[in-house]
Design a protein around this ligand. Structure first.
Ligand code: AFP
Length: 278
């Protein structure tokens, strides 16, 4: 696992450089999910592939930016599903973006997830790893990621971040969000999953949701690259992650690019989600 985390650190340093120095415009390419790729999405993906190709414990990788899996070492133990530059449509407005990694054994689902990592490229670059516990690291001037602290969610928090077009929300989702605001929550939604969930983790609690909507009945966020890694991190940090009713880590994707509605949060907020979805 150490060498996988090291490959992620090396990729992060190279991607941070790209973000700060390279052209953030769109390419002509469309990715597997139908999104037009930025040139930086493609370059970040190549960097991560290059770094994982040096690691003999990696059997195979699959990127949000590619339709198919890439075999690495036949005798490797681990499968890695990753989103190289999540939230890249926010680069033009200089918001924080991130890279997300799920490390799996044998299959790309929650039951086979061993570890999860994300990197946030903000005013500073930080990395959060979930393996035995959840730890946050900061990239220093000398190119090292120094341990800052362990992350733990409180039982309840007052941050609310819900995605999806409001006119497409179900009545149940409207009622849930209304109750959350009535309890005193504040809206904190940047449109980047990494900074939005990072904020909830760092401030101790709250709720992030990307529900089923009339335009995206199966949600928008992808299980293997985005949802499972964050579900793993939230559970390890003492929170919960569900699709409205079921634990996200119990879902089995039919295809690596499958999406699901998702709710990540502290225990009290997830209780509320369950109550509104009875
Ligand atoms: P991009 O990578 O296209 O910027 O999408 C980001 C994202 O996948 C995720 O990071 C956000 O939580 C979500 O989309 C935001 O979606 P909405 O704009 O529909 O709220």
């Amino acid at each position: 696992m150490v060498e996988i985390f090291d490959a992620i650190k090396k990729s992060a340093i190279r991607i941070k450089w790209l973000i700060e120095n390279e052209d953030a415009s769109y390419s002509q390419n469309i990715n597997a999910t139908g999104d037009t790729q930025l040139k930086l999405d493609i370059k970040s993906d190549l960097i991560i592939e290059e770094e994982f190709k040096k690691i003999s414990s990696v059997k195979e990788i699959i990127s949000e930016e590619k339709e198919n899996k890439t075999p690495i070492y036949e005798n490797g133990k681990y499968l890695v599903g990753y989103d190289p530059l999540d939230g890249s449509s926010l680069l033009d407005v200089n918001f924080s973006v991130g890279s997300i990694f799920g490390i799996y054994k044998n299959a790309y689902d929650g039951k086979h997830m061993i570890a999860a990592v994300y990197v946030i490229y903000g005013p500073v670059t930080q990395m959060v790893t979930a393996y035995e516990d959840v730890g946050m690291y900061k990239l220093n001037e000398d190119g090292d990621f120094a341990f800052i602290k362990s992350l733990e969610l409180k039982d309840s928090g007052l941050i609310n971040a819900s995605g999806g077009t409001h006119t497409g929300w179900s009545k149940k989702h409207h009622n849930l969000i209304e109750e959350i605001y009535e309890r005193g929550a504040r809206l904190r939604y940047s449109g980047g999953m990494v900074p939005d969930l990072h904020q909830i983790l760092l401030k101790g609690g709250g709720l992030f949701s990307y529900p089923s909507t009339s335009d995206t009945p199966k949600g928008k966020l992808r299980m293997v690259f985005e949802v499972f890694p964050f579900a793993f991190i939230f559970e390890k940090a003492g929170g919960e992650a569900i699709d409205g009713k079921r634990r996200l880590l119990d879902l089995i994707p039919m295809h690596p690019h499958d999406t699901t509605p998702c709710y990540f949060g502290s225990k009290k907020e997830i209780e509320l989600v369950l109550k509104h979805n009875e």
